[in-house]
Design a protein around this ligand. Structure first.
Ligand code: HEM
Length: 378
């Protein structure tokens, strides 16, 4: 390398600069003040000139150019060496390549969602949390274990066929809420973002921790699932088992997952149903199960789809599929367990939601290396 530099410098020294650049053609940056050139010329002569022809060789006053060019070459060689072999300069080699987000990066996204959730409190019962959870669940709940289609990989609800399915009415609100977060963290896929927002919603609404794995990728509209994969609230136990069985869930998990209806409410302009299930729709508790067992439920008399209301206050609601959980013996046994013990509900809810959110995703991140995010109040 040093010899290359020397050869280049020698070549520049022995070439008549006037034949390389005319004074008029020379760029301004080469027009160095005369005194400086003179000084450098002296230096050049003292150091390198050895024959009487030297004057002839340097005619055209080239020493400034030679000095500058040599410095440039040395600089370029030095920079190239530094970037290629930083360890020669006592620096650790820098790892190059595409940005690979890590736990800390996903925690930043979690924090940003949590911040938006606490700041935008003028929606519904004071939180976008329930509708974010519903988005994550509807993205995942399309999974079919037989064909390994649907599930949270893909975020195909972005496209009209799936976004327009009746069951997904109102979820644009949740997708729009997340758009500024996506803009701030463009490296995250929509499918990971939606699921992370579901995790964040549960945790920020005082629910249990939901361990998370990243790695979902967005897919095009050809991966949209057919309509009818999500549950119909007007149906019975056979339907519930068919829908959740297709995803691979057992009775206990079906009941645990239904506990999410402690959160949020029904909207007449979305599902047609109306009202909240509990008195604290922005805090996750086992109240849904307690109320199912403790309150008297009667058909609501109104000009809308068939739903139940609590006889005492007429301010709470239950869907026909909710009431099935206390009529079916096997489902009922889990409602009893969860109504009695909030910790048991939290544990089994967390396990079931984790499984729901991972349906159909070909993860690289191993199962024993899931991440648990800090909540805003930790
Ligand atoms: C038999 C199963 C289920 C049925 C029939 C069902 C049906 C419904 C309906 C009709 C709504 C009202 C939508 C609206 O008008 O805005 C709703 C809301 C909701 N569902 Fe479910 N759901 C089921 C299971 C689940 C599961 C498994 C989860 C989550 C793990 C969940 C989470 C929610 C949440 C959080 C809301 C409130 C959304 C909001 O406040 O905007 N649901 N569900």
């Amino acid at each position: 390398m040093a010899s290359t530099t020397r050869t280049l410098a020698r070549a520049l020294r022995t070439t008549r600069p006037s034949s390389l650049l005319t004074s008029t053609a020379r760029p301004a940056r080469f027009l160095i003040p005369t005194q400086t050139v003179g000084q450098q010329h002296q230096y050049q002569r003292r150091s390198y000139a050895s024959s009487p022809d030297d004057k002839e060789k340097f005619d055209g006053n080239p020493s400034g150019l030679i000095f500058g060019a040599t410095a440039l070459v040395l600089g370029a060689v030095g920079y190239a060496t530094y970037t290629q072999k930083p360890e020669w300069f006592g620096q650790a080699a820098k790892v190059k390549g595409p940005f690979v987000p890590r736990y800390e990066d996903y925690q930043k996204v979690y924090d940003a969602i949590a911040k938006e959730l606490s700041e935008k409190d003028d929606y519904d019962d004071g939180s976008y949390g329930p509708v974010l959870l519903r988005l994550a669940w509807h993205a995942s709940g399309t999974y079919d274990k037989e064909t390994n289609t649907g599930g949270s990989n893909g975020a195909t609800m972005r496209f009209a066929p799936e976004g327009d399915h009746g069951a997904n009415a109102g979820l644009k609100t949740a997708r729009d809420f997340l758009e500024p977060i996506k803009e701030k963290f463009p490296w995250i896929s929509y499918s990971d973002l939606w699921i992370l927002s579901g995790v964040c919603a549960i945790q920020e609404m005082q629910g249990p921790k939901i361990p998370f794995r990243a790695g979902r990728s967005d897919r095009d509209l050809s991966f949209c699932t057919p309509d009818g994969r999500l549950p119909d609230a007007s149906k019975d136990h056979t339907h519930i088992r068919a829908i959740f069985g297709r995803m691979g869930f057992n009775d206990q998990e079906m009941v645990a997952l239904s506990g999410a209806h402690a959160l949020g409410r029904c909207h007449t302009d979305r599902s047609g149903y109306d009202g909240p299930w509990t008195f604290s729709p922005t805090t996750l508790t086992n109240d849904y199960f307690k109320l199912l067992l403790e309150e008297k439920w009667a058909w609501k008399k109104w000009n809308g789809p068939k739903q139940f209301e609590d006889v005492k206050t007429k301010s709470l609601m239950m869907l026909p599929t909710d009431l099935v959980l206390i009529k079916d013996k096997s489902f009922r046994s889990h409602v009893d367990r969860y109504a009695k013990d909030n910790d048991v509900f939290f544990k089994e809810f967390s396990d079931a939601v984790l499984r729901l959110f991972e349906l159909g995703v070909p993860f690289v991140q191993p199962e024993d290396q899931r991440w648990t995010f800090k909540s805003s109040f930790d």
